[in-house]
Design a protein around this ligand. Structure first.
Ligand SMILES: Nc1ncnc2c1ncn2[C@@H]1O[C@H](COP(=O)(O)OP(=O)(O)OP(=O)(O)O)[C@@H](O)[C@H]1O
Length: 262
């Protein structure tokens, strides 16, 4: 179900996270961020700065040590957020159709209806003809397309993606980025995507959140001005090159700091 644009889907209010243990690790410090419903936010930052932790807190897989997240997403019988991870996002014992229909199966949607929806999303990610195939019979890129189709097919109003394209080869990744842009432009779910690739963040996002070295703080929030629909061709423009450089300059000190302290 598309969400109402203009409202706030997630309000992150002074969130900090400390992992307790022998040596406590402060992953996040004082994060304040507002995510509009139907917006696409990309998070970039050095390794270990708490990006995944923030995503997990948004999706209720982790709790904040301090502060809170106010979630304002339409409630229904499906989970408010669907996750896509870098790998291991599909069930090896299910075929493609069963994998993509899984979310609606959990939501007790009837078999015929959920399979019809699943076939639609399988077609959207270009996997028609592979409905009966099992993940081990497919390439890594195809498996990742199943994970993305499944996330869309759950009907959740928000998608939380952690490096969803990170394990793909460069060409497949570029095609998948375009596919993701197209799917999102049609559906306008509230998406938060963690990536290490600045180009990917610029191609996909409405805003890019640059995080500092651990403990992760928000260093900068950059609005991405490129009009939609977007295609990878924008990567050849002068404005794109200029923004990529500016974001890299903002990130470079943080990456260096994270290498010093890790
Ligand atoms: N369950 C946990 N217990 C203890 N420490 C944790 C746990 N999860 C994450 N951390 C620590 O919290 C910090 C942030 O981890 P997180 O995975 O959120 O970073 P990240 O920015 O996503 O990293 P990367 O880009 O390398 O995936 C790291 O120092 C990590 O070791």
């Amino acid at each position: 179900m598309p969400v109402d644009a203009g409202t706030t889907a997630f309000e992150i209010d002074d969130v900090s996270k400390v992992f307790v243990g022998k040596t406590p690790v402060q992953a996040l410090a004082n994060i304040n961020l507002e995510l509009r419903a139907g917006s696409f936010t990309c998070i970039v930052g050095p390794s270990g700065c708490g990006k995944s932790t923030l995503l997990r807190i948004l999706g209720d897989l982790e709790t904040a040590t301090q502060g809170r997240v106010i979630t304002n997403l339409p409630s229904s019988n499906v989970p408010k957020s669907a996750f896509v991870f870098q790998e291991h996002g599909v069930f090896p014992w299910f075929n493609v159709l069963q994998n993509v229909a899984f979310g609606e199966q959990m939501a007790a949607v009837g078999k015929r209806e959920r399979e019809e929806h699943a076939r639609h999303w399988i077609s959207e990610v270009g996997l028609t003809g592979f409905e009966q195939a099992y993940p081990h019979q497919l390439s890594g890129g195809m498996r990742q397309r199943i994970a993305i189709a499944r996330a869309f097919a759950t009907g959740s109003p928000s998608l939380l993606m952690d490096e969803p394209l990170g394990a793909l080869d460069a060409q497949t990744r570029m095609l998948m980025q375009e596919q993701l842009v197209r799917l999102w432009e049609a559906e306008r779910k509230t998406v938060v995507l963690v990536t290490h690739a600045i180009e990917e963040a610029l191609l996909l996002g409405d805003q890019i959140v640059v995080m500092s070295a651990r403990p992760g703080r928000i260093k900068e929030i950059i609005d991405v001005p490129f009009p939609r629909p977007r295609k990878v061709e924008i990567e050849g423009t002068e404005e794109f090159a200029h923004m990529r450089q500016a974001i890299w300059e903002s990130l470079r000190d943080e990456v260096q700091a994270s290498l010093r302290y890790s």
